[in-house]
Ligand binder design. Structure first.
Ligand code: FES
Length: 70
């Protein structure tokens, strides 16, 4: 699994479109092939990013994590 740290933005996890995930005990279907998680702390839709990082001027370095689930 690959997690991208967007410069000045969220953590983005690439998953197959249609993947299912649990949020607050509720099962949801991923409509896009990625899941963006807030890391600025200002989203009104936590843990998902809602774009608030731009409004608040969140600054963070970008990067990438490659996880090898075994
Ligand atoms: S990172 Fe986008 S709203 Fe927090």
């Amino acid at each position: 699994m690959r997690i991208r740290l967007r410069e000045n933005g969220p953590l983005v996890i690439d998953l197959p479109e249609g993947s299912r995930y649990l949020l607050g005990g509720e099962e949801r279907v991923l409509e896009r092939a990625k899941l963006a998680l807030c890391r600025c702390g200002h989203s009104q839709n936590k843990p998902l990013c809602d774009g608030s990082h731009k409004r608040v001027g969140f600054l963070a370095t970008g990067g990438e994590l490659e996880l090898d689930p075994r």
